[in-house]
Design a protein around this ligand. Structure first.
Ligand code: FDA
Length: 426
């Protein structure tokens, strides 16, 4: 069985949804475009899974968070795809790809050929077994990457009131899940080997602020050590966790957030790779001219910093997807992808944004005993990164703008004294 499309998007996550919207804006005709996804639902805003989806009251549910509501754009429900003649091939895993013959083969035995392929397969959660620990299959051990994971997690959280959860990992999945567990009235211990949370982005001072907030909500931090093994009960459920420092923690449920791994295996030995992802040019085009890569798997040139990066963040997924479609549909009107790295998170009533690069010297500013503070990163005398907690829309626009400009600063004290005002004045 075989079908043929002008444009195929492989993967049905964030990037796929934003690519579909852009295709429709650029006038794709009925029957020309399809999306193939192994998830059973149309593309949705994945970050919602660790935020509003986990809330005990008025939680977000589909169809409420289909793309592209996260960027205040149209919400693409299954009906939208139907009305726009875009084929959604859901619940279908692509098991092999041959870029020479421009053919994808699915586990259902179908072959799909394309003129242009956008690869948007995202990433998968790293499993405990990959760091030498058994137990992922236990029914009370959870990961959080897709709707199925989140649904399973919610169902258990509902029955675990007053119980003990451990969160393995101090990155954003761990932090956001810990907050949600606490909101669901579950006792939480966070276990991670670093000396402070969100070590890839936060400074110790910034981390200490968030850890204090978490502690005030009852979260117990167990830092500088790691999980070594689980104890299981007679039903095969995890009943306890053994830590490297000799401690034993009784456990009702475990949430694992130890990192992600890009889903690129279909294209190994067929496309050029860099930073663990598919290397693309400033049009998001891979080493095969018919294949574009976007979102978490794309390693793309970041003009602002003169290097190539792979960013596992939602804003990069949205914008790279949009740009790739423009490069395919309007090649002569599409300039280089000029992306400003941007990450954000929201937990409890806290909300932060970060723009640029966290390289070089750090200058903290603002009121760390209050609700509005941040940091600049200065590299080779230029301001290259800015983090801000508790800003308003205008503040965030200002810090994004200042990082685009990368102004030189002679006096770091000025950054500390003026804080966001410095950005506003550039
Ligand atoms: P995405 O993972 O969204 O989609 C990939 C799709 O491809 C999936 O549908 C997958 O099933 C499918 N697929 C893969 N292989 C396939 C195959 N062989 N056949 C068929 N289908 C296949 N970022 C941020 O900046 N701020 C935030 O607060 C958060 N929060 C957050 C929470 C949670 C719980 C997660 C998991 C992630 C975030 N992120 C985030 C990261 C953000 O969600 C992520 O960067 C984007 O979803 C990436 O979009 P992609 O489309 O590249 O992959």
């Amino acid at each position: 069985m075989g079908r043929s499309f002008d444009y195929v998007i492989l993967g049905g996550g964030v990037a796929a949804g934003y690519a579909a919207l852009e295709f429709s804006k650029k006038g794709v005709s009925h029957g020309e475009l399809c999306i193939i996804s192994d998830e059973p639902v149309a593309p949705y805003e994945r970050p919602t899974l660790s935020k509003a989806f986990l809330l005990p009251e008025a939680p977000a549910r589909l169809p409420g968070f289909h793309t592209c509501v996260g960027a205040n754009e149209e919400r693409l429900t299954p009906k939208w795809y139907k009305d726009h003649g875009i084929e959604l091939i859901l619940g279908t895993r692509v098991k092999s790809a041959d870029v020479r013959s421009k053919t994808l083969s699915t586990v259902t035995g179908e072959t799909i050929t394309y003129k242009y392929l956008i690869v948007a397969t995202g990433a998968r959660a790293l499993k405990l077994e990959e760091i030498g620990i058994n137990g992922s299959n236990a029914e009370n051990v959870f990961y959080l990457r897709d709707l199925a994971d989140a649904t399973k997690l919610v169902n258990t959280m509902r029955t675990c009131n007053g119980g003990n959860a451990i969160v393995i990992g101090g990155g954003y999945i761990g932090m956001e899940c810990a907050a949600s567990l606490v909101i669901n009235k579950i006792n939480v211990s966070m276990v991670f080997p670093d000396s402070y949370c969100m070590g890839r982005l936060f400074t110790p001072k910034i981390a200490s602020y968030y850890e204090d907030v978490y502690k005030s909500k009852g979260v117990n931090f167990i830092k500088g050590t790691a999980l070594t093994s689980f104890a299981f009960d007679s039903e095969g459920k995890v009943s306890g966790a053994n830590l490297k420092d000799g401690r034993y923690l009784p456990v009702d449920m475990v949430v694992v957030g130890i990192g992600a791994c890009p889903n690129t295996n279909l294209f190994e030995n067929q496309l050029t790779f860099e930073n663990g992802g598919v290397k693309v040019n400033s049009r998001l085009q891979s080493s095969n001219t018919s294949v574009y890569a976007v979102g978490d798997i794309a390693s793309f040139p970041v003009k602002l910093f003169g290097d190539t990066r792979r960013l596992e963040h939602v804003d990069a997924a949205r914008k790279s997807a949009k740009h790739a479609v423009s490069a395919i549909m309007e090649p002569n009107n599409t300039s280089e992808f000029d992306y400003l790295p941007f990450f954000y998170s929201r937990v409890f009533s806290l909300s932060w944004q970060f723009y640029g690069d966290n390289a070089g010297e750090v200058v903290h500013f603002g009121d760390f005993s209050g609700t509005r503070f941040g940091a600049y990163w200065v590299n080779n005398d230029r301001v290259v990164g800015c983090f801000l907690e508790g800003g308003d829309k205008e503040d965030y626009e200002d810090i994004a703008k200042v990082i685009r400009v990368k102004p030189t600063v002679a006096d770091l004290g000025e950054l500390e004294r003026r804080g966001v005002e410095f950005a506003a004045g550039v």
